[in-house]
Design a protein around this ligand. Structure first.
Ligand SMILES: C[S@@+](CC[C@H](N)C(=O)[O-])C[C@H]1O[C@@H](n2cnc3c(N)ncnc32)[C@H](O)[C@@H]1O
Length: 353
């Protein structure tokens, strides 16, 4: 078959973009780790030596890093003055971990994919199983910071208000279960927004639960939160709201887990299912969902292998889409299932008995 030179050139351009993205993700990760962005934020134009001395890093390496950041469009370089500046917008995304646009620390998650290459390779060549617990710890913090920004910006102000009557219940004082809570980012947001409610975080990963406890204590919400190491089919109690934040698709038995949640709902209780955004129909999702390439990459190396490592091993995948998720909840016995709201990254779904 003859090679189409133009198509080849286009493909090489795409590959250069991906290689640049991968390398710049690493530099962003490094910049966050070393405090380089924080050293620049709000300081106006700085020389490379200024950035190096403020961050206590090697000046030659900092200059090289800064030139890369400027080439990648993240930092502004003034050639006449030989200075570098972080804009207000870049500071939000890269320096301020409380901002509604902070993304820098999420790079830990991409780093973990490279670090765990051999384990993922073995899963592909074997039975497909790789437990969440067996990944490098970068995955756990990367996941926290990948999703935390959106939870802080939207969970209490837009997502919960989009559920039928849930905001009012939580304001008065309700019991909430956050299943698969990881480092507890969503637990802390709900506990801060609804001080009369009790939020219980559950996760089968002991180290994540230890971090979640620390996050809640640091945020001053330890009095209204609790955490327990348990599987999604093992937590005690009944709840007005059971939440799954970006985790149900990771689990081996989503139908059994949804059924367990139904059995642990108070009368008129609600399940809030937050899942990565996906369009129904794989072909459409691949071409029309701008997040699909990233999310399938994560799904094939992290989410689906974890599901295949657990009982049932359904392997739903992070791009299941609303209709497939509806089937899961119908099979589990729920009577109603609807999309409450969405963002480019997440679908917020409501299920009720
Ligand atoms: C993608 S992370 C999401 C964590 C957290 N909800 C967040 O949004 O940051 C998936 C979480 O599900 C947990 N998990 C996976 N399978 C589980 C199971 N069967 N029971 C309980 N937790 C599980 C993992 O330990 C991990 O913390």
């Amino acid at each position: 078959m003859a090679v189409d030179e133009q198509r080849l050139e286009q493909l090489m351009g795409t590959m250069v973009g991906y290689m640049t993205g991968g390398a710049v993700c690493f530099s962003v990760w490094l910049g966050d780790e070393l405090g380089l962005y924080r050293a620049m934020a709000g300081s106006g134009p700085l020389s490379a030596d200024d950035v190096a001395s403020k961050s206590k890093c090697n000046p030659r390496l900092v200059r090289e890093w800064l030139d890369g950041q400027a080439a990648g469009g993240l930092v502004h370089y003034d050639a006449a003055k030989d200075t570098y500046e972080l804009s207000e917008e870049a500071a939000m995304a890269l320096a301020d971990d409380e901002s509604p646009a902070f993304v820098a620390r999420a790079m830990n998650a991409f780093g973990s994919m490279f670090i765990d290459m051999e384990k993922v390779r073995d899963a592909f060549r074997g039975d497909g199983a790789l437990s969440w617990k067996d990944h490098h710890p970068c995955l756990f913090s990367g996941t926290e910071w990948f999703f935390r920004t959106g939870y802080r910006a939207m969970l209490a102000t837009a997502w919960i208000p989009a559920l039928d009557g849930v905001s009012e219940k939580l304001a008065q004082g309700a019991n909430v279960a956050d299943v698969g809570c990881g480092h507890g980012a969503s637990v802390v947001v709900m506990a801060e927004a609804f001080p009369n409610s009790k939020i219980a975080g559950f996760d089968f990963h002991e180290a994540s639960i230890a971090t979640a406890r620390k996050r809640a204590a640091d945020a001053g919400v330890a009095d209204r939160t609790s955490f327990e190491v348990t599987t999604a089919k093992g937590y005690p109690g009944t709840y007005d709201l059971v939440c799954f934040f970006d985790c149900l698709h990771d689990m081996g038995d989503p139908v059994g887990i949804a059924r367990y949640a139904l059995e642990h709902l108070e009368p008129d209780g609600t399940v809030m299912l937050v899942e990565p955004f996906a369009l129904d129909g794989r072909a459409e999702n691949m071409t029309e969902n701008p997040m699909a390439a990233l999310l399938y990459a994560a799904s094939s190396s992290i989410c689906t292998p974890n599901s295949l490592s657990q009982e049932v091993g359904l392997g739903l995948g992070a791009q299941a889409g609303e209709e497939r998720l509806r089937q899961v909840f119908e099979e589990a016995g729920f009577g109603s299932f609807r999309r409450a709201t969405e963002t480019p990254l997440n679908m917020i779904l409501e299920a009720k008995a």
